[in-house]
Ligand binder design. Structure first.
Ligand SMILES: Nc1ncnc2c1ncn2[C@@H]1O[C@H](COP(=O)(O)OP(=O)(O)OP(=O)(O)O)[C@@H](O)[C@H]1O
Ligand SMILES: [Mg+2]
Length: 261
């Protein structure tokens, strides 16, 4: 594989459900190690976009290339072994302990090849700043924020190169959300992952993303560094989205939290 190539590349991709178009002529290149945050109205196609990356959906037109390979021709099991996925509703298996939750998918994969991809459950919890005593708990015995952390640990269990995160910090209080944000920035930095992260919070998008992608009218209307989004919004919609954001405060906060990590 050529490392110079984008790790993810959408070329003129369209996707409809029946007659209803969701994505239309979407192009985007993501380089290895980027942290792309994605934002847009509810129902605009963000989840659909992520599912095109791990080939849970196939494009109607255009091409999606991941790890340099067209997903239409890729070995899907091999592809998904390298992509972690944190779904919109966390989706922990309720009847399994935390230990089982985080080892279940690598366990499945182990029956195939590459057992070396499995990470010790203790190490996984450490990555998401949870004590190992949580391993024997069940999801119903966890707070919302702890569930989110276990969901992330589960996605990291295969040591993915790409991590897809669909509104992972949706249903938690502000303090927990900030802690989770710090954790994911730390994980991104330490593991050198490429992350696609959907959020409904523009502050979160600007805070975490190396680039922020904005969906509108079935397209990504802008995907730029946070400063560019603030200084040169591509259209009215983006301008409205970033209106009222304290630019200086935002970059100071980014810097301060980067120093802490
Ligand atoms: N399997 C499906 N069959 C038919 N329509 C679907 C299907 N999945 C999604 N849709 C529709 O496609 C559109 C885009 O859905 P998608 O889940 O990608 O939106 P989203 O941007 O993730 O929204 P949200 O922010 O609410 O999660 C929505 O109008 C949705 O109702
Ligand atoms: Mg969604």
């Amino acid at each position: 594989m050529n490392d110079q190539k984008p790790i993810i590349e959408f070329k003129q991709v369209s996707k409809s459900y029946g007659d209803v178009p969701v994505l239309s002529d979407v192009s985007l290149s993501v380089e290895r190690g980027e942290f792309i945050t994605l934002i847009g109205r509810s129902g605009c196609g963000k989840t659909t976009f992520l599912k095109l990356v791990n080939a849970l959906l196939m494009p109607d037109c255009g091409t999606v290339r991941v790890f340099g390979e067209d997903v239409a021709e890729a070995d899907l099991i091999g592809l998904r072994r390298r992509i972690g996925y944190v779904i919109q509703s966390v989706g922990l298996f309720p009847h399994m302990s935390v230990r089982k939750n985080v080892t279940y998918i690598p366990g499945l994969l182990k029956r195939g090849r590459r057992p070396e991809t499995a990470v010790e459950p203790e190490r996984l919890l450490e990555m998401v700043s949870l004590e190992r005593s949580f391993l024997d708990r069940y999801p119903s015995e966890l707070s919302g924020g702890q569930k989110q952390r276990v969901g992330i640990a589960r996605a990291l269990a295969i040591l993915p190169s790409v991590l897809l995160m669909d509104e992972p910090f949706g249903a938690v209080d502000e303090i927990t959300r900030k802690q989770l944000q710090d954790s994911i920035r730390d994980i991104h930095k330490k593991l050198g992952l490429t992350i696609l992260f959907i959020t409904h919070s523009i502050e979160e998008a600007l805070m975490l993303g190396t680039r922020v992608g904005v969906f509108e009218d079935h397209r990504i209307v802008q995907c730029d560094r946070p400063e560019v989004l603030l200084e040169a919004p591509a259209d009215e919609f983006v301008a409205e989205l970033v209106k009222g954001i304290d630019r200086l405060g935002m970059s100071e906060q980014r810097g301060r939290r980067e120093q802490i990590l």
